[in-house]
Design a protein around this ligand. Sequence first.
Ligand code: IMP
Ligand code: MG
Length: 191
Amino acid sequence: MHRQRLSNDLFESKMNKIQVKDKSFAISIPAAKIHEQVCRVAAEITRDFKDREPLFLPVLNGAFIFAADLLREVQIPCEVSFVKLASYQGTQTTGEIREVIGLAHDITGRDVIIVEDIIDSGLSMAHMIETLEKHNPASISVCSLLVKPDALRVKVPIHYCCLEIPNDFIVGYGLDYDGFGRNTKDIYTLC
Ligand code: IMP
Ligand code: MG
């Protein structure tokens, strides 16, 4: 029994730091804190969208874990459809091009809730909103797990946010470094 507890402690202390490819990350937001904030936001959405049957649009890949946890806490009838932002380098003058792909659902007249992992510069979200507006939804709300307020370069409406974080690079709970590090329960910051 004692040996079991000891080895669990050792395991947990090891998990305070993780290695993702060539970089080290230290735990910054534990799973319990994430869960608490996801439940708070889900309760706010449940209250605000009662009788409106919203359509959730999680943005792949980063929002897949957040969306799965959030949706299971939302207590009203709703639909879910996934979208993805493809980004590629344009010409030097246009810089990075972002394109919304996979919008399979008719969003005309619908109350749409975009579910994002993180808003950093805000450019992706600004483009997402601009694209969705062309389809004449009844409303667009933004729900982001994380926001880096100091990194914002454009003004975007953020209706629901679980946590504001400093301008550091993070991984875990869906967020990646070069494709890896998404599959953790906690969130980690680059050391
Ligand atoms: P934005 O267009 O600068 O707001 O970038 C948003 C996207 O960049 C997010 O959806 C993430 O995919 C990615 N991103 C921004 N910050 C981080 C981070 O700290 N870790 C992992 N991905 C990030
Ligand atoms: Mg993302």
